[in-house]
Write a protein that binds this ligand. Structure first.
Ligand SMILES: [Zn+2]
Length: 172
């Protein structure tokens, strides 16, 4: 089974929020299938991370609640915050010195499971300089970080669908 994953190249927390797509009966859960969930994790946080789908699913509910509250400007749910912090506490990173001749650079290595890494990303996104947005495409629920200009759509296809819908309305 090769399901097209809804990946946008966003920070891992945004990508996790987007593994629940749509609303109501037509909603799709990209973590429901363990194989698909593992493929998602290897693409988003790296193949070496331990994948606990139950942990990712729990974290996703918290991340989505926090993103929606942040977008609405309402207060962040303390329970969702504690879920994120509990997973983030499992993350471990170490920094090492890489030397090539006279040049030295640093490299950060992450350990800990996929949920820990995504929770870390959630803290970074929520406290970062760029606003979180939800796509304005018809029926689209994708989140993204508005890191340039006045981006309103998750990807070009959604912008195109929105134009088509406006055109269809104008022809009535
Ligand atoms: Zn969209």
């Amino acid at each position: 089974m090769d399901e097209d994953l809804p990946l946008l190249g966003e920070p891992p927390a945004i990508e996790l929020a987007n593994t629940w797509y749509g609303e109501g009966p037509s909603a799709h859960d990209f973590l429901a299938n363990v194989e698909v969930a593992r493929r998602w994790a290897s693409l988003v946080v790296g193949g070496d991370a331990h994948v606990d789908v139950a942990a990712l699913t729990e974290l996703r509910a918290a991340v989505r609640a926090l993103f929606v509250a942040k977008i609405d400007g309402s207060s962040l749910d303390p329970e969702a915050v504690s879920v994120v912090n509990r997973h983030a506490a499992e993350a471990h990173a170490s920094i090492s010195l890489r030397v090539v001749g006279a040049a030295a650079s640093s490299a950060v290595t992450f350990r800990g499971g996929a949920a820990a890494r995504v929770a870390t990303s959630c803290v970074e996104v929520l406290t970062g300089p760029d606003p979180i947005r939800q796509c304005e495409g018809p029926g689209c629920t994708m989140f993204f970080v508005q890191d340039h200009g006045r981006r309103r759509f998750c990807y070009e296809g959604c912008s195109h669908r929105a134009r088509q819908r406006r055109y269809a309305r104008s022809q009535r």
